[in-house]
Ligand binder design. Sequence first.
Ligand SMILES: [Fe+2]
Ligand SMILES: [Fe+2]
Length: 341
Amino acid sequence: MLKIKVSSLKPGVTLGKDLFSYDSKLLLSKGTIITQEQLDSLRMRRIDDVFIMDSKTIVKSGRQFEDVYGDSLDVVKSFMLGAKLGKPLEFDEISAVTDLLLEQVFEASDLFRQMRLMKEKDDYLFTHSVNVALLCILVGRWLKCNHEILKELGQAGLLHDIGKVFVDDSILNKPDKLTETEFNEVKKHTLLGYNFLTQYEWISSNITNSALMHHERADGSGYPMGTKGYSKNLYVSVVAVADVYDAVTSDRVYSSKRSPYTAAEILWQESFGKLDPRISKVFYDKITNFYVGNEVLLSNDEIGIVIYVDPSQPTRPIVMVGDDFYNLATDRSITIMEIID
Ligand SMILES: [Fe+2]
Ligand SMILES: [Fe+2]
């Protein structure tokens, strides 16, 4: 079952729950196949959301990314807060959200743009889970994975940090630097997430291992085990890279967001000894190309347009400012601070 906005419904969708008016009168019963007239009536009554049977009944065409993102965020919030209160995870919910997100990941340039616009929308943990799921699917597509793998990658991303709901909120949202004891508490989210997810037979070991291992680093500096060497599991490696990318480009309680160029440079540096270079290299090469034509703010406070990306140094493009050009590959004193558009 999935909660979706009435504005994105089309006739033919099956209602998943009885629907009541604001004064508690039954409007439509569970199982009703909604007609155009009923849809008009719901809109007139200003009913915003309804529960529908499953993702296959959602009319797939014409939905805006923003709506899909908003619906996915609602579901993620409800199952994460539910897990905190001891409510079991529902296969249908997780599967439906991943299906929805899978439909969105076709145009990578649009995806990055939309993700940037959506970032301020909600709590970091929820948007981060949706973003990492989207990024995992995107990387999977770049690696030409089949539909089944893409779906599992999306679920691995969606659930990788679920253990954080079992960590004290005051530590997770602390604006200052964490003490060692507090950081040790945060680190437990990997094991807590793994233990929570392994209760469910329908959750694969690729997904449970991603929750457990996404903070391990090849040089042994990661946690919870400090395992050395690159993971042999594709899912773990993809989630780890997507996780770093989203964390670096987001505003966090203790650090402000950095540009996708900085994120790409960090991914690249981390490739040597930390993140799986087979994944971070693909990421590094691909993402920087999406910003050709974008307006950027430079570290000298000038605004310019990215006009050329040199494949050998993708994070240091040529930027046009008025009639002048900066080649950031040779002019190392200037960096891109932010992407405007
Ligand atoms: Fe994590
Ligand atoms: Fe994460």
